[in-house]
Design a protein around this ligand. Structure first.
Ligand code: SF4
Ligand code: SF4
Length: 455
């Protein structure tokens, strides 16, 4: 794509980067076929190519974001399916991130929108506050019946529609908190490695059992696991809302604490069980590339970051000898398959664990979770969820496996053809169970008798 940035504009490193990205796009439109919003809405401006044109026009002419640009960029899930499809290697992620920052800085959103976004950006990265807000949301949920209903198929979200979506996402109960920060879990037997495990924000409140399963499986296989004190939210949520000031401050703080840990006690890897966070931490080197004090340190942290399945794939695991008859539908989180290009490995590990693994049709399409998307764009998110759930149900699974808490909450549970509810658990919970850990809590309620591992 031909660009016409002036020399003065190109002096700005962000514009230089945007110019490089835009020049790679050859307008072929292959990306439109796999873009969830284009598939649903059929509008070129809700496709990657359409958004690329809108962003190019805004940046090249140094325009303030127009309501049209904001509408179509806001509708983008940042699922990155377009990056997997693009034959020219267009880094859409870095381009849309830049557009979101410009929108956040220069576009006057309505007051209710600003309030909601500020609240989400403040509450979600703080686990204590998030836990309180989940309790409040649960108590307030009956009030949604009093809110006026909105017409079906409405793609322009309203404040009340967003509030309704937020309340609906609150689980009916919360599990007890997981282990405290600063705790180190020693390797069982001979020590073969040492890792830090990202504690996450929402995940440690909604499903602390995920990291507990990771700790069990890793320590059983000779890996010491540290929950590093002073670690923060990775910044992913605010990064995708265009609040770069907040996201970069968190990236710097985490770079400092993990660098200290690596230098003092040694780290083979920084493991992540929430793939949305993993995609962001792996990008720290890029995010802080212009910061002379942090660029090298952040690149080192990014290189240490691994999804938990990547690390387990390199361990000498005593996989069970026997197969079981549990059918697992593998839901491939966008951040894992498109963001980190991890596609076959989780399924391979599940198969080695003895499960019968099934691919989900249209697995490249997002489930609609996408950070805060299911709150900010509730109608599109709901339509994507329904499509995903129908696709999962079509393979008749006993259980659904996913590597991202956002997807797990969005999918919730899947109604099987016989009307029973199919639970959604994290991949590491199944791997842990199959190699000697306890049965995941959700499966205790939904499956009769031990068919694998321990009860
Ligand atoms: S990130 Fe996803 S929603 Fe956004 S343009 Fe790309 S494919 Fe479409
Ligand atoms: S597939 Fe890649 S090169 Fe083709 S229009 Fe989309 S972004 Fe541009």
């Amino acid at each position: 794509m031909k660009t016409e940035f002036s020399l003065a504009q190109l002096a700005d490193p962000d514009i230089r980067e945007a110019d490089k990205i835009l020049r790679k796009c050859v307008h072929c439109g292959f990306c439109t076929a796999t873009c969830p919003t284009y598939v649903l809405l059929g509008d070129e401006l809700d496709s990657p190519r359409g958004r690329i044109y809108l962003i190019k026009d805004m940046l090249e002419n140094d325009r303030k974001p127009s309501p049209e640009v904001v509408k179509h960029v806001d509708r983008c899930l940042s699922c990155l399916a377009c990056m997997t499809t693009c034959p020219s290697g267009v880094n859409y992620m870095h381009l849309v991130d830049q557009a979101r920052v410009r929108i956040e800085e220069k576009y006057p959103r309505p007051l209710s929108d600003r309030f909601l976004r500020a609240m989400l950006a403040y509450v979600l990265p703080r686990p204590g506050l998030f836990r309180l807000s989940m309790t409040a949301a649960r108590l307030a949920r009956p009030l949604t019946a009093l809110l006026p209903s909105e017409p079906l198929g409405r793609t322009m979200p309203t404040f009340l529609g967003r509030v309704r979506a937020m309340l609906a996402l609150a689980p009916s109960s919360l599990p007890p908190a997981g282990p405290a920060r600063g705790k180190v879990f020693p390797a069982v037997g001979e020590k073969r490695g040492r890792v830090a495990l990202l504690q996450g924000c929402a995940q440690q409140v909604l499903s602390p059992g995920i990291n507990q399963a990771a700790i069990r499986m890793l320590t059983r296989h000779g890996i010491e696991v540290a929950l590093v004190a002073d670690e923060q939210c990775c910044g992913s949520l605010t990064h995708h809302m265009g609040r770069d000031h907040d996201a970069l401050a968190r990236a710097r703080a985490n770079t400092d604490v993990w660098t200290r840990e690596a230098d003092s006690r040694g780290l083979d890897a920084i493991l992540i069980t929430t793939s949305g966070c993993g995609t962001t931490i792996k990008d720290y080197g890029y995010m802080l590339r212009e910061d002379v004090a942090y660029a090298a340190k952040a690149a080192r942290v990014a290189a240490l970051a691994k999804d938990v399945t990547e690390y387990i794939g390199g361990l000498d695991v005593a996989w069970p000898q026997d197969k079981n008859d549990i059918v697992v539908a593998y839901h491939s989180a966008c951040s894992l398959q498109h963001g980190q290009k991890i596609t076959g490995l989780p399924k391979e590990l599940l198969s080695k664990s003895g499960f019968v693994v099934k691919d989900v049709p249209e697995s490249h399409l997002c489930c609609g979770s996408a950070g805060t998307y299911n709150i900010l764009q509730p109608d599109i998110a709901k339509r994507l969820r329904e499509r995903k759930v129908a696709n999962i149900a079509s393979v008749k699974p006993d259980v659904v496996s996913a590597g991202n808490i956002g997807c797990m909450m969005q999918i919730g549970s899947v109604e099987s053809t016989d009307g029973t509810s199919v639970p959604v658990v994290h991949t590491i919970e199944l791997l842990d169970w199959a190699t000697g850990g306890p049965r995941p809590d959700l499966l205790k309620r939904s499956m009769k008798g031990p068919r694998v591992g321990s009860a």
